[in-house]
Design a protein around this ligand. Structure first.
Ligand SMILES: [Zn+2]
Ligand SMILES: [Zn+2]
Length: 313
């Protein structure tokens, strides 16, 4: 089978789903943020300011920055309820309506009176948003925390800002534990750019869509027709019970990971067509209920597919 990101009609559009502006704690105005991403060649952007009272619950209106070859999706980073460590939750909601009802979140201090993160995530999803668990490693999120967000479509596998400024940009460990518990979550790479450091242009999604328009992109995001990257491109990918084939920009490694310790890898120089054969009789790689594929270029930059559920192969 070929995952939908590669088999569906349309083309790949590159976008960053997590960005801040002067409407919350970012350094640059929404106008300038859009300009930067557009000039860098991005096809779309979501400015996701912090949806708290401190900033007057912003859903930054970027509609006026849309052009023929650049679009925007409205959204926010929403906050409510306490994680196990006592800090407030961070969730990304991409595709919120402009009049989304504020949570009772005056600032970044959680309180008993506010809705739980789980309820807020559900409310975002019900209003049409694509919902992601933000920066699990930076937040110190536990598996128990993450399991409560039933409305999540995905988790951030890479958050560039958290990597640059905190060395905590990774989401793979938590995501893999959730997948191994049978939770069907996709994954995204994002910038979480504030433009106060080099926290931009480091992680993005490549969304397969027939049009570079907000509703079409949002539909593809919700249905999982995308992959995530720090640089490498995946042109095509097919997988069956015997082998995996990847067509990509030049890479040094392709790695398949799955349940528990399951993994298989292929290494080489400037590989553009990579095949990994599944050895017969290796229980842990052949019986895994899910796999996901990571490719790595010579500079260590990665691209990630969404998880593939092996009962669909
Ligand atoms: Zn955050
Ligand atoms: Zn953020």
């Amino acid at each position: 089978m070929r995952p939908s990101a590669f088999s569906n009609k349309g083309e790949f559009f590159k976008g960053n789903l997590h960005t801040h502006s002067t409407n919350s704690d970012g350094l640059l105005s929404p106008d300038l943020v859009c300009k930067k991403y557009k000039e860098k060649g991005y096809d779309f952007l979501c400015i996701s300011d912090h949806f708290v009272g401190l900033y007057d619950y912003p859903i930054t209106d970027t509609t006026k920055y849309r052009e023929s070859n650049f679009t925007t999706i409205l959204g926010a980073e929403v906050h409510s309820g306490s994680m196990q460590n006592g800090e407030i939750w961070h969730l990304l909601a991409i595709g919120l309506p402009k009049d989304f009802k504020p949570s009772n979140s005056p600032n970044f201090v959680p309180s008993q009176e506010q809705e739980t993160a789980s309820d807020l995530a559900q409310r975002c999803r019900d209003s049409g948003a694509f919902v992601s668990i933000a920066h699990p490693q930076w937040s110190g999120l536990t598996l128990n925390d993450a399991e409560t967000i039933e409305a999540a479509h995905c988790a951030e596998i890479y958050n560039h800002g958290c990597a640059v400024d905190s060395d905590r940009g990774d989401g793979a460990y938590l995501l893999d534990l959730l997948l191994s518990q049978g939770k069907k979550l996709n994954l995204i790479a994002t910038d979480d750019a504030h433009f106060k450091s080099g926290d931009f242009f480091g992680g993005w999604v490549e969304v397969k869509s027939e049009k570079n328009e907000p509703l079409s992109l949002l539909k593809s995001l919700k249905e999982g027709h995308f992959y995530s990257s720090q640089g490498p491109k995946i042109f095509d990918l097919s997988i069956n019970r015997e082998e995996l084939n990847i067509e990509s920009s030049p890479i040094s490694s392709a790695i398949l990971v799955g349940y528990g310790s399951a993994s298989l890898a292929s290494h080489g120089d400037a590989m553009v067509r990579t095949k990994i054969r599944f050895p017969p009789g290796v229980e842990r790689t052949n019986k895994t209920p899910w796999v996901r594929i990571v490719i790595i270029d010579e500079n260590g930059r990665k691209a990630w597919t969404n998880p593939i559920w092996t009962n669909e192969l």
